[in-house]
Ligand binder design. Structure first.
Ligand code: RB5
Length: 143
């Protein structure tokens, strides 16, 4: 697997640290784009650098976390090459990959357990894109 890109705001920091332990246990390399503490910050300051790195091919895929997941997903999806999917259940992560070829997994740090987040990450990593009619659909997303 390629190097994963990670980012969060303060509300997603603790889950991001947990995800780093999970990746370490799997021997998966990652680059952490911050934030690096629970000090209050703005999710967009971390989302834009991750999105640019994904678009440049420096890291793939990405995992991004804020409190609800909404602010960071909204920011990431402003980038034409990004398909960021907010997932709080395993099935959502599976379909985000199978149907949407999502390149960033977004999770809500304040609304998901570590156990569910582990299932979500595993599903995201192991599910291939189905292509076919879904390829046609994702090609119509960029403006
Ligand atoms: C931070 O308090 C919170 O607003 C942020 O993490 C996120 O949930 C915004 O969408």
């Amino acid at each position: 697997m390629e190097t994963i890109g990670l980012c969060s705001d303060h509300a997603g920091f603790e889950l991001k640290e947990f995800i780093k332990q999970l990746l370490d246990s799997k021997g998966i390399a990652y680059k952490d784009f911050g934030t690096y503490s629970t000090d209050s910050c703005d999710y967009s300051d971390y989302a834009h650098p991750l999105a640019k790195a994904i678009e440049a091919g420096d890291v793939y895929p990405g995992i991004a976390i804020c409190g609800t997941g909404n602010g960071i997903a909204m920011t990431l999806n402003k980038h034409q090459g990004i398909r960021a999917a907010l997932c709080w259940q395993e099935e959502l992560a599976r379909l985000a990959r199978a149907h949407n070829n999502a390149n960033i997994l977004v999770m809500p740090g304040r609304c998901i357990s570590q156990e569910e987040a582990t299932r979500v990450v595993n599903a995201f990593f192991t599910t291939p894109f189905e292509g076919g009619r879904h390829q046609r659909r994702i090609e119509k997303i960029p403006l």
